[in-house]
Design a protein around this ligand. Structure first.
Ligand SMILES: [Zn+2]
Length: 170
């Protein structure tokens, strides 16, 4: 019985993942219906637009922050009925929201294998100018996905992946 609930929890998480993954780039009606079924608000058209034009490129799928919101609902639902069910409690304890969301992001990222190699090859040449730039402006980045925090916008969590963790970096 208790093991069964763990299986149901995992299956529901997986189903949400698949729905987000198979959505059109930036979300579609089918994905919005999934969010609605969990009482989750989608990104505002304005936020969606700025994400689509941001440096955080995605090749497909809904934005990670929306999947996180659905994950949170699923997690909360099972947490509420986990009393006395140690197997489920353990499954919930080992569920890392940050890791799961980043895992999803890795799968919807555009393929950039060669680009990265070229970037590395020329990195020493650009280091000096980068250093100069870094000295001038210190940007705040999301610790989970690396998205820069947009200073002109007011929000607590990362707009791209929903993480509450921000770090200062070059
Ligand atoms: Zn983020």
């Amino acid at each position: 019985m208790s093991e069964n609930t763990v299986t149901v929890f995992s299956a529901e998480i997986e189903k949400a993942f698949q729905s987000a993954f198979h959505s059109e780039r930036g979300g579609d009606d089918k994905w919005r219906a999934v969010m609605e079924s969990y009482g989750v608000l989608p990104l505002s058209p304005k936020d969606r637009e700025s994400l689509l034009n941001s440096e955080m490129k995605i090749a497909r799928g809904a934005f990670p922050i929306e999947l996180r919101r659905v994950y949170e609902q699923i997690f909360g639902k099972y947490a509420a009925l986990s009393g006395g069910n140690t197997e489920l409690q353990n499954a919930l304890k080992s569920f890392s929201m940050e890791n799961r969301v980043i895992e999803y992001y890795q799968k919807i990222k555009p393929f950039s294998g060669l680009g990265d190699i070229f970037k590395n090859a020329s990195s020493s040449q650009t280091k000096y100018s980068q250093g100069l730039r870094a000295a001038k402006q210190l940007t705040i980045k999301c610790k989970s996905c690396g998205a820069p925090r947009l200073e002109e916008m007011q929000y607590d969590n990362c707009l791209f992946c929903g993480s509450p963790l921000f770090v200062k970096s070059e």
